[in-house]
Design a protein around this ligand. Structure first.
Ligand SMILES: NC(=O)c1ccc[n+]([C@@H]2O[C@H](COP(=O)([O-])OP(=O)(O)OC[C@H]3O[C@@H](n4cnc5c(N)ncnc54)[C@H](O)[C@@H]3O)[C@@H](O)[C@H]2O)c1
Ligand SMILES: [Zn+2]
Length: 381
């Protein structure tokens, strides 16, 4: 394992005063987890929360990395998938943390994708009135998005992520090699969130993605390109900067929701199932946000097409037409959008774009215009 350790991981700082932390990004970094934890928190015990898929691939290696540095550890393994962000599994994780005798000053380690990060992070926020935790994101989505920024949550019967807390990790360790084991479809879904940073605020990064996406997917850095590591670092830096300015989403952080209003409605319409993964829904949602913005005259149609074409090129859905199976009516879709976003007197707030790399928060969008737009898109299927 040591042979594959990158000596110079990319380090991104999340600047939040006393709660600042580092995101370390590099191929083979998992082997250094124990040493990093021992340096940050000498003598701390750890408790790993992971899911059954991740455990199969990575639990033994993670435990070995901790043991090597003399860090004591125990673990709980929960079922894989979104259904683990439930009260039942949350209770099981909290009880396991307490039973493991992890105490104040010790650490919870979230080893997995966004589901585990959200679940373990929330458990850490409340177990023993708050424990520190480390994020070891193992999906591309988690490495570029969910592990950074401190939002943690489980789901309510009323909707996703409605029970949670802001709780920042003390370290994020993103080992890009673990993504080699990720199913291609999951990797691609994570790529949507990565492309989001280019589309919302960094046109040069988007151009770079157009030229380099294949290398990001291939991952191997035998060519010495480190395209995957670079793309993840740029994404984390973008998110970290926004989070540092607006930790609790009172303003600018909402830009990170580009594609998410349409996306969440489509995700809900598909029952949050394997029919449409979160990142796939976000890709379709971003394509709709670009198309809608072009229709509002905010940017040239050709520029919207360029954004949409790239998402299509990597194999992501770019609209309602790409979603197979039954979908609700336009009224039901509007209902789902209204649930996701507060509608005030028939007006919606959406993240729209004035170009690639220029997203902005637009309030006062007429619901009827959105309805007419979605009606057309539904009719195209
Ligand atoms: N907190 C935030 O800011 C934030 C942001 C975006 C998304 N999220 C949340 O993230 C969740 C989605 O995260 P996700 O897409 O990572 O899903 P996930 O955690 O369910 O992981 C996807 C699948 O990949 C498997 N897997 C994970 N790592 C693997 C690896 N290295 N090799 C092989 N298989 C692996 C998992 O077991 C799972 O089956 C959603 O619940 C969403 O709400 C949170
Ligand atoms: Zn998302």
């Amino acid at each position: 394992m040591t042979a594959s350790v990158r000596i110079d991981p990319a380090i991104v700082e999340v600047a939040l005063g006393a709660r600042s932390y580092h995101i370390a990004i590099g191929r083979g970094l998992l082997a250094s987890l124990g040493a990093r934890i021992a340096a940050l928190r000498p003598g701390a015990r750890t408790f790993i929360v992971t899911d059954e898929n991740v455990a199969r691939h990575l639990l033994a290696g993670t435990e070995a990395a901790l043991a090597q540095a003399g860090v004591t550890t125990s673990h709980v393994i929960v079922p894989a998938g979104e259904t683990s962000k439930s009260y039942g599994v949350f209770e099981q994780v909290c009880e396991a943390i307490i039973a493991s005798r992890v105490e104040r000053g010790d650490l919870v380690v979230a080893l997995g994708g966004g589901v585990i990060g959200d679940l373990a992070g929330f458990a850490a926020a409340v177990a023993r009135r708050g424990l520190d935790y480390v994020q070891v994101p193992t999906t591309l989505l988690a490495q570029v998005d969910s592990s950074v920024g401190g939002k943690t949550a489980i789901n309510s019967a009323h909707g996703k992520n409605l029970i949670g807390a802001f709780h920042q990790p003390i370290l994020v360790l993103a080992d890009t090699a673990v993504l080699d084991a990720l199913p291609k479809r999951e990797f691609r879904a994570g790529y949507a969130e990565l492309a989001k940073y280019g589309l919302l605020g960094d046109a040069a990064f988007f151009s770079w993605l157009e030229a380099n996406w294949r290398e990001i997917f291939a991952g191997g850095n035998s060519s010495g390109s480190f395209a995957r590591e670079h793309a993840i670092a740029v994404s984390c830096r973008a998110k970290a900067a926004i989070v540092a300015r607006d930790e609790r989403e009172t303003g600018e952080r909402a830009l990170l929701n580009l594609g998410h209003t349409f996306g969440h409605a489509l995700e809900a319409a598909c029952g949050f199932s394997d029919r449409l993964l979160h990142g796939e829904a976000v890709a379709a949602g971003m394509a709709l946000a670009f198309a809608f913005s072009a229709r509002q005259g905010l940017l040239p149609a050709a520029e919207a097409d360029r954004a949409i074409s790239h998402l299509a090129q990597v194999g992501l859905p770019t609209g309602i037409k790409d979603i197979s199976g039954p979908l609700p009516t336009v009224d039901q879709l509007m209902e789902l959008i209204a649930q996701d976003k507060k509608v005030k007197r028939g007006m919606l707030t959406l993240i729209l774009v004035r170009g690639i790399g220029s997203a902005f928060i637009k309030s006062g969008v007429d619901q009827n215009e959105v309805r007419a737009f979605l009606s057309e898109k539904l009719a195209e299927r």
